[in-house]
Ligand binder design. Structure first.
Ligand code: PRP
Length: 185
């Protein structure tokens, strides 16, 4: 009998993540000096990164959240639906989208398009984990933490069927489930 996939191989330790998030926080604080950006994440995976990044930023920030329907249909060119929208208007605000992982880019492409249409003063994207080789949509990303290998990883917000988000580190699942578009996050 084959063992169920479990997080067996640590790729990024808690300390590596802490240091990188601190660096990103310092860069963002410099870039947004004198401003008060709105940090927006898409539930659920991004909340861990958002919580740590917000505390690593020294300028005042506001937080807001969105949720979208399963993005499986988007891969097939289907419709994506916002199931929870922002609480506040972002007209004239400096918006920084904070996400745990970018893979195909379809989720962020949809989110960025929706946010752009609301006339923010600026819109930037900050990603902790990037898998550039799996990109289907070319999207400018302003801040990137780490590059991920083509493996199914969990922890620090990333899940496998809802599990392992709360691991403080990021680990690869062994055996590696097939990483298909729409699977990771
Ligand atoms: C993850 C992640 C992004 C998306 C990135 O979310 O938080 O939103 O996948 O993938 P893409 O670049 O291929 O579109 P997921 O759908 O797994 O939901 P979750 O945040 O609730 O885990």
């Amino acid at each position: 009998m084959t063992a169920a996939p479990h997080p067996a191989e640590v790729l990024f330790t808690r300390e590596q993540i802490r240091r990188r998030v601190a660096q990103l926080g310092r860069r963002i604080s410099t870039d947004y000096a004198g401003r008060e950006p709105v940090l927006i994440t898409v539930l659920k995976g991004g909340v861990f990164f958002l919580a740590d990044l917000a505390r690593a930023i020294s300028v005042p920030v506001m937080l807001d959240f969105m949720a979208i329907s399963s993005y499986g249909p988007a891969v097939a060119g289907g419709e994506v639906r916002i199931t929870k929208d922002l609480d506040e208007s972002i007209v004239g605000r400096d918006v920084l989208v904070v996400e745990d992982v970018i893979d195909t880019g379809l989720t962020l492409g949809y989110i960025a398009h929706s946010l752009e249409s609301r006339r923010p003063a600026s819109l930037k994207i900050c990603i902790l984990f990037d898998r550039p080789r799996r990109r289907l949509l070319d999207l400018p990303v302003d801040y990137v933490g780490f590059e991920l290998p083509d493996r199914f990883v969990v922890g620090y917000g990333l899940d496998w069927h809802g599990r392992y988000r709360n691991l403080p580190h990021v680990a690869a699942l062994v055996p590696d489930p097939v990483l298909s578009a729409g699977d990771q996050g």
